[in-house]
Write a protein that binds this ligand. Structure first.
Ligand code: XMP
Length: 522
């Protein structure tokens, strides 16, 4: 599939570096459209099909000196377009063009400084560098180039990388031993921007343009058929729904499964926003009785998750079946979920990450998928949401897990505990918003603990539930640290929760990072 027919494409050939995705991020930030393809899938036919305006060869864990190590199709160097090799990509380039690479006797990991060597030209991708005499860069390599290929000249060197920056100006081939895509190479972004400018990219990858194209594509794909969209209230499915609605109007019906494990006012908020504000046909499937009934007496976390997952699919299918003539299922799948990344071993196996929010359903129901966000990163989805007029308060919301409050209620789930939890959570989030901290925090919530503790309120004894506040910072949810609230904030929040929420008489703050903890309690 060509992701975008009307934008110039920068093709990134992935040799398995752990930071290949960052190349795409930096290019997208420069409004350049790019696609990452694993090296195994790139052949002459694909190059003819994609017609890239420039090619970037990524880093990777292999050694070009190994017999079976990956290469780029030779055609990459015959397309007549600029090519940039990064780390392993540099070595592949030099090896394939007639130079030599040797096992490095001086492995180099982490920060290094590159000094200028040779003549610099203002029209090269290295324009504007070396303003301070040398460039700070991030290196991660064992092998290194020892003999340049014909036509190349050296432009920068570090103590352990004599060919840290090289260029063949006639063919517009550039290569660096370091990683310009990581934040630890402060001018790396500039270097990548220079590369795309020199390749003639117009920088037209904007959300406004994307919106128009995506709408045209959805219309073309769907025709006059009906589409169902599972709405969770999260950012991805919401943006997908609004975009599809803009494309095909009432051919779209959203199904919002309310499992009774949502936060205070959440169901009403979703219904109001989509049904009343956007006029999107919406089935509000209030199935809380079913879910809470089946969860009655269940305290094992895995059993909770499995029960909720199973019911969710059944319920979704039941409601979707009632929508006559539906042929498509819309999902908010994002680009990081669909990139086929080269496995870190560098071997021939390809790990394909695929997320199905309502797993297995499309096949079971004979539905085709509409995934209008599958070319976007998370922050691009937010930008598209803003473009579509979704309020910032909605777009900037913290992530909320599919199993909802069930996994914030360790032990048995009861309606009483859920109600107390909702109230306490609302106070905590209100505190965070009042103090202007909401956007600094990745995720914040309250967990109600399965213990009652003794307290004294007024002149009487209380015997109520304890709760834990959880607030973390994170970039992607994979690792996290607890948020360093001030003691004043914590004290004020505890007082408010105990005063305003009937049923809680003790408040604790969870200061566990991830790892070893997880963000959720179950
Ligand atoms: P953990 O607790 O594993 O959570 O550190 C990491 C991130 O994932 C969210 N999470 C889920 N999201 N379905 C979801 O859609 C789930 O079953 C689920 N479990 C955890 C969690 O809220 C955090 O953002």
């Amino acid at each position: 599939m060509i992701a975008s027919d009307s934008h110039d494409l920068c093709l990134v050939i992935d040799f398995g570096s752990q930071v290949t995705q960052l190349i795409a991020r930096r290019l997208r930030e420069a409004s350049v459209f790019c696609e990452i393809r694993p090296y195994q899938s790139v052949d002459d036919a694909l190059l003819d099909d994609l017609r890239p305006k420039a090619v970037i060869l990524s880093g990777g864990p292999a050694s070009v000196r190994d017999a079976e190590s990956p290469r780029a199709p030779q055609k990459v160097f015959e397309l007549g377009v600029p090519v940039l090799g990064i780390c392993y990509g540099q070595q592949v380039m030099i090896e394939q063009l007639g130079g030599r690479v040797e096992g490095g006797h001086h492995r180099e990991f982490g920060r290094a400084f590159v000094e200028p060597a040779g003549a610099h030209r203002e029209d090269s991708i290295f324009a504007g560098l070396f303003g301070t005499g040398r460039e700070e860069v991030w290196m991660s390599h064992g092998d290194r180039v020892t003999d340049l290929a014909p036509g190349f000249e050296i432009l920068g060197k570090s103590p352990n990388a004599p060919y840290a920056m090289i260029a063949d100006y006639d063919r517009n081939f550039f290569a660096v031993q370091f990683h310009p895509e990581v934040h630890h190479t402060p001018n790396g972004r500039k270097l990548l921007e220079n590369f795309t400018r020199l390749a003639g990219f117009k920088g037209d990858w904007t959300m406004g343009a994307y919106r128009e194209e995506a709408i045209a594509k959805i219309r073309e794909q769907v025709g006059d058929a009906k589409v169902i969209c599972g709405l969770s209230g999260g950012v991805d499915s919401s943006v997908a729904a609004v975009l599809i609605h803009e494309a095909i109007g009432d051919q779209l019906t959203c199904v919002f499964v309310d499992h009774g494990l949502l936060r205070l006012g959440e169901a009403e908020e979703v219904v109001t926003m989509f049904r009343d504000h956007y006029n999107i046909p919406l089935v509000h499937a209030d199935e809380s009785e079913l879910f809470l009934g089946e969860l009655d007496g269940v305290s094992d976390p895995e059993e909770k998750r499995k029960t909720i997952g199973r019911l969710f699919i059944d319920v979704f299918q039941k409601h979707a079946d009632e929508i006559d003539g539906a042929k498509f299922l819309a999902q908010g799948t994002l680009y990081p979920d669909v990139i086929e990344s080269v496995s870190f071993s560098g071997g021939p196996s390809v790990t394909i990450k695929s997320h199905h929010n309502v797993g297995g359903l499309p096949e079971k129901m004979g539905l085709k998928l509409v995934e209008p966000l599958r070319e976007l990163f998370k922050d691009e989805v937010r930008a598209l949401g803003r473009e579509l007029g979704l309020p910032q308060s909605f777009i900037g919301r913290h992530p909320f897990p599919g199993p909802g409050l069930a996994i914030r209620c360790p032990g048995e789930i009861t309606r009483e505990k859920l109600e107390i939890l909702r109230q306490a959570d609302a106070v905590f989030i209100d505190q965070i918003r009042r103090h202007g901290l909401y956007d600094d925090i990745w995720q914040a919530f309250v967990a109600i603990l399965p213990v009652r503790t003794v307290g004294v309120m007024g002149d009487g004894r209380s015997y109520d539930f304890a709760c834990a506040l959880r607030a973390v910072t994170s970039v992607d949810g994979m690792t996290a640290d607890y948020y360093p609230f001030t003691h004043e904030f914590l004290g004020e929040t505890a007082t408010r929760i105990i005063n305003e929420v009937n049923g809680i008489n003790r408040v604790t703050y969870d200061v566990t990072s991830k790892p070893p903890g997880t963000i959720e309690w179950e």
